[in-house]
Ligand binder design. Sequence first.
Ligand code: GLC
Length: 423
Amino acid sequence: MKILVVSRCLFLMLILCLLVLLPFSDEKGCYYALDLGGTNFRVMRVKLQGNRTIDLKTESYKVPPNIKVGKLHELFDYIAEKICHVIETETDSEIVPGKKRELGFTFSFPVQQTRINSGTLINWTKDYNVQDAIGKDMVKELTRALEKRAVDVNVTALLNDTVGALAGGRFYDSNVVAAVVLGTGTNAAYLEQSENILKPYGPPPESGQMVINTEWGNFNSPLLPLTEYDHALDSDSPNRHKQILEKMVSGRYLGEIVRRILERLADDAALFGDIIPPKLRQHYVLATYNVVEMHSDKSTELSVVEKCLEEVFEISDVSLEKKNVVVKICDIVATRSGRLGAAAIMAILKRLRKDTTKNGESVVVAVDGSLFETYKQLNSCLQKTLSEELVDEQVSKMLLLKHFKDASGIGAAVVAASHSIYT
Ligand code: GLC
Protein backbone atom coordinates (compact mmCIF):
# COMPACT_ATOMS: atom_id res chain seq x y z
CA MET A 1 0.00 0.00 0.00
CA LYS A 2 1.29 3.44 -0.89
CA ILE A 3 1.30 4.70 2.66
CA LEU A 4 3.22 7.87 1.90
CA VAL A 5 0.81 8.88 -0.84
CA VAL A 6 -2.18 8.27 1.42
CA SER A 7 -0.51 10.37 4.07
CA ARG A 8 0.09 13.26 1.66
CA CYS A 9 -3.49 13.26 0.57
CA LEU A 10 -4.85 13.04 4.12
CA PHE A 11 -3.05 16.25 4.71
CA LEU A 12 -5.68 18.05 2.64
CA MET A 13 -8.66 16.89 4.61
CA LEU A 14 -11.75 18.43 6.19
CA ILE A 15 -11.19 20.40 9.36
CA LEU A 16 -13.39 21.80 12.11
CA CYS A 17 -11.70 24.41 14.23
CA LEU A 18 -12.42 26.07 17.54
CA LEU A 19 -10.78 28.44 19.93
CA VAL A 20 -10.30 26.53 23.18
CA LEU A 21 -8.42 27.77 26.21
CA LEU A 22 -6.03 24.95 26.89
CA PRO A 23 -5.18 24.20 30.50
CA PHE A 24 -2.14 25.56 32.27
CA SER A 25 -1.89 22.58 34.64
CA ASP A 26 -2.37 24.66 37.78
CA GLU A 27 -6.17 24.67 37.74
CA LYS A 28 -7.85 23.78 41.02
CA GLY A 29 -11.31 22.69 42.10
CA CYS A 30 -13.81 19.91 41.60
CA TYR A 31 -15.24 19.45 38.11
CA TYR A 32 -17.33 16.89 36.30
CA ALA A 33 -16.66 15.30 32.95
CA LEU A 34 -18.94 13.30 30.74
CA ASP A 35 -17.49 11.16 27.98
CA LEU A 36 -19.97 9.90 25.37
CA GLY A 37 -19.19 8.11 22.12
CA GLY A 38 -16.57 5.45 22.86
CA THR A 39 -16.86 1.85 24.01
CA ASN A 40 -18.27 2.97 27.33
CA PHE A 41 -20.02 6.07 28.46
CA ARG A 42 -18.26 7.57 31.48
CA VAL A 43 -19.02 10.10 34.16
CA MET A 44 -16.01 11.44 36.05
CA ARG A 45 -15.51 13.64 39.06
CA VAL A 46 -12.12 15.24 38.75
CA LYS A 47 -10.53 17.08 41.65
CA LEU A 48 -7.81 19.31 40.23
CA GLN A 49 -5.24 19.94 42.91
CA GLY A 50 -2.78 22.15 41.03
CA ASN A 51 0.70 21.05 39.90
CA ARG A 52 -0.65 18.49 37.44
CA THR A 53 -2.21 16.34 40.14
CA ILE A 54 -5.75 15.08 40.17
CA ASP A 55 -8.01 12.87 42.14
CA LEU A 56 -10.34 10.98 39.84
CA LYS A 57 -13.56 9.09 40.35
CA THR A 58 -14.90 7.36 37.24
CA GLU A 59 -18.10 5.45 36.66
CA SER A 60 -18.45 3.58 33.35
CA TYR A 61 -21.72 2.49 31.80
CA LYS A 62 -22.73 0.71 28.61
CA VAL A 63 -25.21 2.67 26.55
CA PRO A 64 -27.97 0.15 25.72
CA PRO A 65 -28.15 -0.53 21.94
CA ASN A 66 -31.81 0.60 21.77
CA ILE A 67 -30.87 4.02 23.23
CA LYS A 68 -28.18 4.45 20.57
CA VAL A 69 -30.86 4.35 17.87
CA GLY A 70 -33.82 5.66 19.89
CA LYS A 71 -35.11 9.17 20.56
CA LEU A 72 -32.88 12.07 21.49
CA HIS A 73 -34.61 12.80 24.81
CA GLU A 74 -34.20 9.13 25.80
CA LEU A 75 -30.45 9.33 25.26
CA PHE A 76 -30.08 12.48 27.34
CA ASP A 77 -32.48 11.27 30.05
CA TYR A 78 -30.34 8.17 30.37
CA ILE A 79 -27.17 10.25 30.60
CA ALA A 80 -28.67 12.68 33.14
CA GLU A 81 -29.75 9.77 35.32
CA LYS A 82 -26.18 8.45 35.44
CA ILE A 83 -24.73 11.90 36.18
CA CYS A 84 -27.16 12.14 39.11
CA HIS A 85 -25.96 8.79 40.46
CA VAL A 86 -22.39 10.08 40.54
CA ILE A 87 -23.43 13.41 42.05
CA GLU A 88 -25.20 11.54 44.86
CA THR A 89 -21.84 10.13 45.97
CA GLU A 90 -20.36 13.60 46.55
CA THR A 91 -18.84 14.27 49.92
CA ASP A 92 -19.29 17.60 51.74
CA SER A 93 -15.75 18.69 50.82
CA GLU A 94 -16.66 18.43 47.14
CA ILE A 95 -19.60 20.81 47.35
CA VAL A 96 -18.98 24.55 47.14
CA PRO A 97 -22.01 26.38 48.61
CA GLY A 98 -23.53 28.97 46.28
CA LYS A 99 -21.75 27.59 43.19
CA LYS A 100 -23.14 25.39 40.47
CA ARG A 101 -21.24 22.26 39.57
CA GLU A 102 -19.41 22.62 36.26
CA LEU A 103 -19.15 19.92 33.66
CA GLY A 104 -17.03 19.38 30.54
CA PHE A 105 -18.92 17.32 27.97
CA THR A 106 -16.80 15.16 25.67
CA PHE A 107 -19.07 14.35 22.77
CA SER A 108 -17.24 12.15 20.25
CA PHE A 109 -19.13 12.96 17.08
CA PRO A 110 -18.80 15.69 14.43
CA VAL A 111 -20.23 18.95 15.72
CA GLN A 112 -20.60 22.41 14.23
CA GLN A 113 -19.21 24.56 16.99
CA THR A 114 -18.53 28.27 17.23
CA ARG A 115 -18.67 28.59 21.03
CA ILE A 116 -17.14 26.49 23.76
CA ASN A 117 -20.51 25.77 25.37
CA SER A 118 -22.70 24.97 22.41
CA GLY A 119 -22.53 22.90 19.25
CA THR A 120 -24.91 21.25 16.82
CA LEU A 121 -24.57 17.67 15.66
CA ILE A 122 -23.52 17.34 12.00
CA ASN A 123 -24.07 13.60 11.71
CA TRP A 124 -23.80 10.45 13.78
CA THR A 125 -20.90 8.07 13.35
CA LYS A 126 -19.95 4.64 14.72
CA ASP A 127 -22.99 2.71 15.98
CA TYR A 128 -25.11 5.70 17.01
CA ASN A 129 -28.14 6.71 14.98
CA VAL A 130 -30.41 8.58 17.40
CA GLN A 131 -33.43 10.09 15.68
CA ASP A 132 -34.16 13.85 15.42
CA ALA A 133 -30.71 14.86 16.60
CA ILE A 134 -28.99 16.34 13.54
CA GLY A 135 -28.75 20.13 13.81
CA LYS A 136 -29.67 20.14 17.53
CA ASP A 137 -27.50 21.76 20.16
CA MET A 138 -26.11 18.95 22.31
CA VAL A 139 -25.43 21.24 25.29
CA LYS A 140 -29.05 22.47 25.30
CA GLU A 141 -30.33 18.90 25.17
CA LEU A 142 -28.13 17.80 28.07
CA THR A 143 -29.00 20.90 30.08
CA ARG A 144 -32.71 20.27 29.55
CA ALA A 145 -32.39 16.68 30.76
CA LEU A 146 -30.43 17.80 33.85
CA GLU A 147 -33.00 20.51 34.63
CA LYS A 148 -35.78 17.91 34.54
CA ARG A 149 -33.96 16.20 37.41
CA ALA A 150 -33.40 19.51 39.17
CA VAL A 151 -29.66 19.05 39.52
CA ASP A 152 -27.45 22.08 39.67
CA VAL A 153 -24.98 21.53 36.84
CA ASN A 154 -23.67 24.02 34.31
CA VAL A 155 -22.40 22.48 31.06
CA THR A 156 -19.38 24.74 30.72
CA ALA A 157 -17.58 23.16 27.77
CA LEU A 158 -18.45 20.89 24.86
CA LEU A 159 -15.54 19.18 23.17
CA ASN A 160 -14.64 16.37 20.86
CA ASP A 161 -12.76 13.47 22.51
CA THR A 162 -9.64 14.33 20.48
CA VAL A 163 -9.76 17.91 21.75
CA GLY A 164 -10.22 16.54 25.28
CA ALA A 165 -7.23 14.22 24.77
CA LEU A 166 -5.15 17.14 23.51
CA ALA A 167 -6.08 19.20 26.57
CA GLY A 168 -5.61 16.21 28.91
CA GLY A 169 -2.24 15.41 27.29
CA ARG A 170 -1.04 19.00 27.61
CA PHE A 171 -2.17 19.10 31.21
CA TYR A 172 0.56 16.54 31.90
CA ASP A 173 3.07 17.40 29.21
CA SER A 174 3.40 20.78 27.50
CA ASN A 175 5.19 19.19 24.51
CA VAL A 176 1.94 17.57 23.35
CA VAL A 177 1.08 19.06 19.95
CA ALA A 178 -1.57 16.66 18.74
CA ALA A 179 -3.90 13.99 20.05
CA VAL A 180 -5.13 10.85 18.37
CA VAL A 181 -8.03 8.63 19.36
CA LEU A 182 -7.86 5.02 18.22
CA GLY A 183 -10.86 3.38 19.76
CA THR A 184 -14.37 2.56 18.57
CA GLY A 185 -13.80 5.39 16.09
CA THR A 186 -10.68 7.23 15.05
CA ASN A 187 -9.85 10.90 14.82
CA ALA A 188 -7.20 13.49 15.69
CA ALA A 189 -6.87 17.08 16.82
CA TYR A 190 -3.85 19.35 16.73
CA LEU A 191 -2.79 22.90 17.44
CA GLU A 192 -2.61 25.23 14.47
CA GLN A 193 -1.30 28.77 14.26
CA SER A 194 -4.39 31.00 14.04
CA GLU A 195 -3.06 32.97 11.07
CA ASN A 196 -3.13 29.76 8.97
CA ILE A 197 -6.82 29.31 9.51
CA LEU A 198 -9.39 30.41 6.96
CA LYS A 199 -12.47 30.43 9.06
CA PRO A 200 -15.90 30.62 7.42
CA TYR A 201 -17.61 31.80 10.66
CA GLY A 202 -15.75 35.02 11.23
CA PRO A 203 -12.13 36.06 11.59
CA PRO A 204 -9.88 33.91 13.79
CA PRO A 205 -7.80 35.68 16.44
CA GLU A 206 -4.80 37.39 14.90
CA SER A 207 -2.24 35.48 16.87
CA GLY A 208 -2.03 32.38 19.02
CA GLN A 209 -3.10 28.87 18.32
CA MET A 210 -6.41 27.21 17.63
CA VAL A 211 -7.41 23.61 18.07
CA ILE A 212 -8.28 21.80 14.87
CA ASN A 213 -10.51 18.76 15.06
CA THR A 214 -9.62 16.99 11.81
CA GLU A 215 -12.44 14.37 11.79
CA TRP A 216 -9.98 12.28 9.78
CA GLY A 217 -12.22 9.22 10.13
CA ASN A 218 -14.30 10.79 7.36
CA PHE A 219 -11.33 10.87 5.00
CA ASN A 220 -11.86 9.22 1.64
CA SER A 221 -9.89 9.21 -1.59
CA PRO A 222 -9.53 7.06 -4.71
CA LEU A 223 -6.05 6.39 -3.32
CA LEU A 224 -7.46 4.40 -0.44
CA PRO A 225 -7.23 0.77 -1.51
CA LEU A 226 -10.76 -0.34 -0.65
CA THR A 227 -11.49 -4.04 -0.95
CA GLU A 228 -14.81 -5.67 -1.78
CA TYR A 229 -15.24 -6.24 1.98
CA ASP A 230 -14.90 -2.52 2.68
CA HIS A 231 -17.41 -1.66 -0.05
CA ALA A 232 -19.90 -4.20 1.27
CA LEU A 233 -19.44 -3.08 4.90
CA ASP A 234 -19.96 0.54 3.88
CA SER A 235 -23.01 -0.16 1.81
CA ASP A 236 -24.66 -2.08 4.69
CA SER A 237 -23.87 0.69 7.18
CA PRO A 238 -26.31 3.42 8.32
CA ASN A 239 -23.80 6.11 7.23
CA ARG A 240 -22.99 5.02 3.67
CA HIS A 241 -20.10 6.73 1.88
CA LYS A 242 -19.06 8.40 5.14
CA GLN A 243 -16.24 7.66 7.62
CA ILE A 244 -14.38 5.53 5.06
CA LEU A 245 -10.97 5.73 6.74
CA GLU A 246 -12.63 5.01 10.09
CA LYS A 247 -14.29 1.93 8.61
CA MET A 248 -10.85 0.58 7.64
CA VAL A 249 -9.04 1.46 10.86
CA SER A 250 -11.16 1.62 13.99
CA GLY A 251 -12.39 -0.80 16.61
CA ARG A 252 -16.04 -0.60 15.62
CA TYR A 253 -15.22 -2.27 12.29
CA LEU A 254 -12.16 -4.55 12.48
CA GLY A 255 -14.13 -7.55 13.80
CA GLU A 256 -16.75 -7.10 11.10
CA ILE A 257 -14.10 -6.97 8.34
CA VAL A 258 -12.59 -10.22 9.63
CA ARG A 259 -16.05 -11.81 9.77
CA ARG A 260 -16.77 -10.82 6.17
CA ILE A 261 -13.51 -12.35 4.96
CA LEU A 262 -14.19 -15.58 6.87
CA GLU A 263 -17.72 -15.73 5.43
CA ARG A 264 -16.30 -15.38 1.93
CA LEU A 265 -13.72 -18.11 2.53
CA ALA A 266 -16.44 -20.34 3.93
CA ASP A 267 -18.58 -19.77 0.82
CA ASP A 268 -15.86 -20.04 -1.80
CA ALA A 269 -13.35 -22.40 -0.24
CA ALA A 270 -15.44 -24.34 2.32
CA LEU A 271 -13.14 -23.08 5.09
CA PHE A 272 -15.48 -24.49 7.72
CA GLY A 273 -16.89 -27.45 5.77
CA ASP A 274 -19.84 -27.84 3.41
CA ILE A 275 -22.48 -26.25 5.61
CA ILE A 276 -22.11 -22.54 6.35
CA PRO A 277 -22.77 -21.91 10.05
CA PRO A 278 -25.65 -19.35 10.19
CA LYS A 279 -23.88 -17.24 12.85
CA LEU A 280 -21.08 -16.56 10.35
CA ARG A 281 -23.59 -14.51 8.32
CA GLN A 282 -24.61 -12.33 11.27
CA HIS A 283 -23.26 -8.80 10.91
CA TYR A 284 -21.04 -7.51 13.76
CA VAL A 285 -21.30 -10.80 15.67
CA LEU A 286 -17.48 -10.90 15.80
CA ALA A 287 -16.23 -8.07 18.00
CA THR A 288 -12.82 -6.48 17.67
CA TYR A 289 -11.83 -7.79 21.11
CA ASN A 290 -12.38 -11.31 19.70
CA VAL A 291 -9.91 -10.44 16.93
CA VAL A 292 -7.41 -9.19 19.53
CA GLU A 293 -7.77 -12.42 21.52
CA MET A 294 -7.36 -14.68 18.49
CA HIS A 295 -4.42 -12.70 17.13
CA SER A 296 -2.66 -12.95 20.50
CA ASP A 297 -3.15 -16.70 20.85
CA LYS A 298 0.24 -18.19 21.73
CA SER A 299 -0.94 -21.74 22.48
CA THR A 300 0.42 -24.52 20.25
CA GLU A 301 -3.06 -25.79 19.38
CA LEU A 302 -4.52 -22.27 19.04
CA SER A 303 -7.04 -23.05 21.74
CA VAL A 304 -8.16 -19.40 22.09
CA VAL A 305 -9.02 -19.30 18.37
CA GLU A 306 -10.89 -22.57 18.78
CA LYS A 307 -12.89 -21.28 21.75
CA CYS A 308 -13.74 -18.04 19.95
CA LEU A 309 -14.90 -19.80 16.76
CA GLU A 310 -17.05 -22.05 18.90
CA GLU A 311 -18.54 -19.30 21.08
CA VAL A 312 -19.07 -16.66 18.42
CA PHE A 313 -19.91 -18.69 15.31
CA GLU A 314 -20.77 -22.10 16.81
CA ILE A 315 -18.07 -23.66 14.63
CA SER A 316 -16.20 -26.66 16.06
CA ASP A 317 -13.57 -29.19 14.99
CA VAL A 318 -11.46 -26.74 13.03
CA SER A 319 -8.03 -28.03 12.01
CA LEU A 320 -4.85 -26.30 13.16
CA GLU A 321 -4.11 -25.26 9.58
CA LYS A 322 -7.47 -23.51 9.29
CA LYS A 323 -7.10 -21.85 12.68
CA ASN A 324 -3.79 -20.49 11.41
CA VAL A 325 -5.65 -19.02 8.42
CA VAL A 326 -7.97 -17.22 10.85
CA VAL A 327 -4.99 -15.76 12.73
CA LYS A 328 -3.42 -14.67 9.44
CA ILE A 329 -6.60 -12.80 8.50
CA CYS A 330 -6.61 -11.01 11.86
CA ASP A 331 -2.99 -10.07 11.20
CA ILE A 332 -3.70 -8.68 7.71
CA VAL A 333 -6.64 -6.59 8.91
CA ALA A 334 -4.72 -5.23 11.93
CA THR A 335 -1.65 -4.48 9.84
CA ARG A 336 -3.68 -2.44 7.37
CA SER A 337 -5.29 -0.53 10.22
CA GLY A 338 -1.93 0.18 11.89
CA ARG A 339 -0.34 1.35 8.63
CA LEU A 340 -3.22 3.63 7.75
CA GLY A 341 -3.23 5.01 11.30
CA ALA A 342 0.48 5.78 10.89
CA ALA A 343 -0.17 7.53 7.55
CA ALA A 344 -2.80 9.70 9.19
CA ILE A 345 -0.49 10.66 12.07
CA MET A 346 2.23 11.43 9.55
CA ALA A 347 -0.10 13.84 7.73
CA ILE A 348 -0.42 15.85 10.93
CA LEU A 349 3.29 15.73 11.70
CA LYS A 350 4.05 17.04 8.21
CA ARG A 351 1.64 19.88 8.81
CA LEU A 352 3.35 20.67 12.11
CA ARG A 353 6.92 19.93 11.14
CA LYS A 354 8.13 23.46 10.59
CA ASP A 355 6.70 24.63 13.92
CA THR A 356 7.57 21.67 16.08
CA THR A 357 11.12 20.68 15.27
CA LYS A 358 12.65 24.12 15.38
CA ASN A 359 13.31 24.16 19.13
CA GLY A 360 14.77 20.67 19.20
CA GLU A 361 12.14 19.65 21.78
CA SER A 362 10.33 16.35 21.59
CA VAL A 363 7.14 16.23 19.56
CA VAL A 364 4.60 14.42 21.69
CA VAL A 365 1.43 12.97 20.22
CA ALA A 366 -1.04 11.97 22.92
CA VAL A 367 -2.89 8.78 22.09
CA ASP A 368 -6.03 7.50 23.76
CA GLY A 369 -8.60 4.85 22.92
CA SER A 370 -9.40 1.22 23.54
CA LEU A 371 -7.91 -0.08 20.27
CA PHE A 372 -4.51 1.49 20.90
CA GLU A 373 -4.58 0.31 24.51
CA THR A 374 -5.55 -3.29 23.89
CA TYR A 375 -4.32 -4.27 20.42
CA LYS A 376 -0.56 -4.67 20.93
CA GLN A 377 0.20 -5.98 17.41
CA LEU A 378 -1.68 -3.12 15.77
CA ASN A 379 -0.05 -0.62 18.06
CA SER A 380 3.48 -1.84 17.28
CA CYS A 381 2.76 -2.00 13.54
CA LEU A 382 1.64 1.65 13.69
CA GLN A 383 4.78 2.73 15.53
CA LYS A 384 7.07 0.68 13.26
CA THR A 385 5.49 2.12 10.10
CA LEU A 386 5.87 5.63 11.45
CA SER A 387 9.52 5.25 12.33
CA GLU A 388 10.64 3.08 9.40
CA GLU A 389 8.63 4.36 6.49
CA LEU A 390 7.14 7.70 7.17
CA VAL A 391 8.94 9.94 9.54
CA ASP A 392 12.27 11.39 8.52
CA GLU A 393 15.21 10.82 10.83
CA GLN A 394 15.14 14.24 12.43
CA VAL A 395 11.46 13.98 13.41
CA SER A 396 11.78 10.30 14.28
CA LYS A 397 14.34 11.06 16.99
CA MET A 398 12.03 13.58 18.61
CA LEU A 399 8.67 11.89 18.08
CA LEU A 400 6.98 10.30 21.03
CA LEU A 401 3.58 8.64 20.90
CA LYS A 402 2.42 8.72 24.49
CA HIS A 403 -0.57 6.94 25.87
CA PHE A 404 -2.47 9.12 28.34
CA LYS A 405 -5.15 7.00 29.92
CA ASP A 406 -8.54 8.72 30.23
CA ALA A 407 -6.99 11.83 28.67
CA SER A 408 -10.18 12.85 26.90
CA GLY A 409 -12.26 12.84 30.10
CA ILE A 410 -9.60 14.53 32.20
CA GLY A 411 -9.15 17.08 29.40
CA ALA A 412 -12.89 17.84 29.48
CA ALA A 413 -12.68 18.63 33.19
CA VAL A 414 -9.62 20.85 32.82
CA VAL A 415 -11.13 22.70 29.86
CA ALA A 416 -14.28 23.24 31.97
CA ALA A 417 -11.98 24.66 34.65
CA SER A 418 -10.24 27.01 32.21
CA HIS A 419 -13.61 28.21 30.90
CA SER A 420 -15.28 28.29 34.32
CA ILE A 421 -18.18 30.71 34.69
CA TYR A 422 -16.71 31.76 38.02
CA THR A 423 -13.33 33.01 36.76
C1 GLC B 1 -15.70 9.34 15.18
C2 GLC B 1 -16.28 10.71 15.45
C3 GLC B 1 -15.22 11.65 15.96
C4 GLC B 1 -14.52 11.02 17.16
C5 GLC B 1 -13.96 9.66 16.76
C6 GLC B 1 -13.25 8.97 17.93
O1 GLC B 1 -14.81 9.45 14.12
O2 GLC B 1 -16.86 11.24 14.27
O3 GLC B 1 -15.79 12.90 16.33
O4 GLC B 1 -13.49 11.87 17.58
O5 GLC B 1 -15.02 8.84 16.33
O6 GLC B 1 -14.10 8.74 18.99
